[in-house]
Ligand binder design. Structure first.
Ligand code: HPA
Length: 288
């Protein structure tokens, strides 16, 4: 049964207490590794200026090992220079049927642990035929067609904000500028989020194109809404794992998505590393 809003926030506070007990400190940044990004873990661990700490998410209240292909079940604590980073090696998707609060539990838990910046990554279908498969892009806006919101129900407990959250600048402009500074020429994309788990029909992709979408996927939008509700700065990155339905001669498969992620692991690990290093050096310049 879906949790109430108050219960969901209480569970996030519980989870944060468990993590604080294990890792012994609060954190500044949450990085969520989606399909195609989990292979970056060794690269990010190698960057850590402090010993890497790891928990199994199954040992943290409210978390469950993700069932999605290519998603890990660990929470890691790493340090990039002077920045403490929580690394979630997989996420819960709405299509896993655990409810909307489970989908955003990582974001709310990270907030309770002090994180005010979240980096969301995903593998996504690409509507731009001129962007090669394996291209990472920055999300600049989204269209939420999941038919859900993490803010459904009662208002969050005080002193948290009420439910009418402004999403005008959901994807933080100064974090996007930081990415452009380390990866000049990187494309910006509108991400359309759907419930899944089936892939789209070609007709749905034609609709998505007329709506102004560049990428399509099954994650990220609900986590972004939950993070913005808490005033966190959001950076989101997609890896184009395939051309969207009907745009190539090919049928779509989860295995292809995973394979492209594996083939791109060096590229996305390197990009994420450079972004986190730049964030550590220039975080005082980030405007909320
Ligand atoms: N559609 C939806 N989600 C996806 C896709 C897609 O084509 N590729 C990877 N995740």
């Amino acid at each position: 049964m879906e949790l109430g809003v108050g219960e969901a926030f209480a569970l996030a506070n519980n989870a944060a207490a468990t993590i604080r007990g294990a890792f012994g400190c609060d954190h500044e940044v949450l990085v969520v590794l989606g399909s195609g990004w989990a292979e970056s873990v060794p690269t990010l661990e190698a960057l850590s200026s402090a010993p890497v700490q790891t928990m199994d998410v199954g040992d943290i209240p409210g978390f469950k090992k993700p069932t999605a292909l290519g998603h890990g079940g660990a929470l890691k604590s790493i340090s990039i220079g002077g920045t403490s980073v929580l690394l979630l090696t997989g996420r819960t998707h709405l299509y896993e049927g655990r409810g909307v609060h489970a989908v955003v539990h990582g974001v709310r838990t990270a907030y309770a642990l002090g994180c005010r910046t979240v980096v969301l990554t995903n593998g996504a279908g690409c509507l731009r035929t001129e962007w090669p498969v394996g291209t990472p892009v920055v999300i600049c806006d989204h269209i939420n067609l999941t038919a859900h919101s993490p803010l459904t129900g009662d208002n969050a407990p005080a002193p948290l904000a009420g439910r009418f959250v402004d999403l005008t600048d959901a994807y933080n402009e100064s974090l996007r500028a930081l990415v452009r500074s380390v990866e000049p020429g990187i494309h910006e994309a509108v991400y359309l989020g759907l419930h899944g788990p089936h892939f789209e029909t070609p007709a749905e992709i034609r609709m998505a194109a007329t709506f102004g979408a560049d990428m399509v996927g099954m994650s990220t939008v609900l986590e972004t809404i939950a993070a913005r509700h808490l005033g966190m700065n959001v950076l989101a990155l997609s890896l184009a794992t395939n051309l969207a339905s009907g745009l190539s001669g090919n049928k779509l498969s989860g295995e292809e998505v995973i394979q492209v992620g594996k083939d791109s692991s060096e590229k996305v690990g390197d990009l994420l590393s450079r972004i986190l290093i730049a964030f550590d050096q220039r975080k005082s310049e980030i405007v909320s």
